[in-house]
Design a protein around this ligand. Structure first.
Ligand code: UD1
Length: 414
């Protein structure tokens, strides 16, 4: 549980962690490489720990020293047990790498999750195009590639991040050429491809909607620095914004932040981006963030919607959100309302009438980014806010309580 005594104005400097959503596919990528991979700037998170457990279960040796994670490849097993799959739904991203490396894979179906049903139909149908055979029985997926992974043209009906990653991981060591049309363009995809290419892969077009992969025989482990976490960055920006603060973030890739800048500008924050730093200076009272429509990159990311809603809750005026990516992504609205926010949700639309002030309350994190939104709200609320369900938040934010305390928040974690 996190106890926040608000409000306090956040001031100072903070180094942003490495990206969780990049680390997970990179760890899957390490399965494809002979020898050793060293990931630098690897965040210390429970989701990363879960991914490391999967690698160890599959036969790799992993060693962490601070933010450096070394993976010695030694895959001997092609099955991820149920307990490890359940710890982290996104472990489906290991499928492509395991099938490519072992010729078969056995995974328990990831099922539903806190963001609503999380289908894997696109992962499965596109891997089938590469020659993967899939059988489902008793909640398990049995995949095999008797004729190997063969390059193909795959057009995704939606630019799914996970499906694009799985395809890349399956195809990079396959035979022939794979073309992914309508591929996801998220920066984490580019980070994965940069690493795989450094290991000997031949992937072209990452960051664009058409990715071409010329299969290679083998990959060799390499060193790679995980890209900065754009969602952690925007979370600390929102925390600075709601508290009328002035915060400088270090280790930010400013091009990744651009799609998220508009609500900060609309609400009256001054954001300066210089090199790898970002400085945000917030007004005493925010204005409304106006319109947010979540979209695949380079649109406004769904992962940033909850923390920006916390800003809208105290912005002067009305803001409208349209959540286009996940079905069940307004679960923080209840906690925000408990703190005095005026939020009305109907289907994929949420209308937020900003109030001058929130009041501390006991609230429950229902998912990772929603939990972060409740923390952001707690920082500007009058009195004490208890955020329960911190295990969700810890899946994606390294030492969030300590970082916010360093910036001047009054926080205790239990
Ligand atoms: C990744 C991120 C997550 C982020 C999301 C969207 C990781 C570990 N997670 O999740 O933080 O919120 O991208 O930017 O990187 N879909 C299908 N069938 C599929 C796959 C997806 O219908 O086979 C749908 C999903 O239900 C969802 C949408 O496509 O509605 C987007 O999903 P996707 O881009 O795949 O997100 P993830 O890779 O799961």
């Amino acid at each position: 549980m996190m106890l926040i005594d608000g409000p306090s104005r956040l001031m100072g400097e903070l180094e942003v962690q490495g990206a969780k959503n990049s680390t997970l596919p990179l760890l899957a990528g390490a399965l494809l490489c002979r020898g050793q991979t060293v990931l630098h700037n690897c965040p210390e998170l429970s989701d990363v720990d879960a991914a490391v457990k999967i690698l160890e279960h599959l036969g790799c040796r992993c060693k962490r020293e601070g933010h450096d994670l070394t993976i010695e490849n030694g895959v001997t097993c092609h099955e991820i047990p149920e307990e490890l799959m359940r710890r982290m739904r996104s472990s489906i991203v290991f499928l492509g790498a395991i099938i490519s490396r072992c010729g078969e894979a056995r995974l328990c179906s990831p099922g539903g999750c806190e963001l609503g049903p999380r289908p894997i139909d696109l992962h499965i149908s596109s891997l089938k195009k590469l020659g993967v055979q899939v059988k489902e029985s008793g909640g398990w997926l049995h995949c095999s590639a008797p004729g190997g992974i063969n390059g193909a043209y795959v057009s995704l009906s939606f630019p799914s991040v996970g499906a694009t990653e799985n395809l890349i991981l399956a195809a990079v060591c396959g035979s022939g050429t794979t073309i992914i049309a309508n591929a996801a363009r998220e920066p984490e995809i580019s980070d994965l491809c940069e690493y795989l290419n450094r290991c000997g892969g031949r992937i072209y077009g990452a960051g664009e909607s058409c990715i071409i992969i010329d299969g290679v025989k083998e990959l060799y482990g390499a060193e790679h620095r995980v890209m900065p976490d754009r969602i952690a960055a925007v979370t600390y920006m929102a925390a600075a914004a709601v508290t009328g603060g002035n915060v400088t973030l270090r280790d930010v890739d400013n091009t990744h932040i651009l799609p998220m800048l508009t609500p900060f500008e609309e609400s009256g924050c001054r954001v300066r981006q210089l090199g790898g730093c970002l400085d945000i200076l917030a007004p005493k009272r925010l204005s409304a963030v106006r319109h947010i429509r979540t979209m695949p990159y380079p649109g406004f990311p769904t992962d940033a919607q909850p923390v920006v809603m916390a800003m809208a809750a105290v912005g002067d005026g009305t803001s409208v959100f349209v959540e286009n990516i996940f079905e069940n992504r307004y679960r923080h609205a209840e906690g925000l309302s408990r703190m005095g926010a005026r939020v009305k949700v109907e289907g994929k639309v949420a209308v937020v009438e900003g109030v001058p002030e929130l009041t501390g309350a006991t609230v429950e994190a229902m998912d990772l980014r929603g939990g972060a939104a409740l923390i952001v709200a707690g920082l500007c609320a009058q009195g004490s806010t208890k955020v329960r369900g911190m295990e969700y938040v810890e899946r994606g934010y390294e030492k969030i309580g300590e970082h916010l305390s360093e910036l001047g928040a009054k926080i205790k974690s239990f």
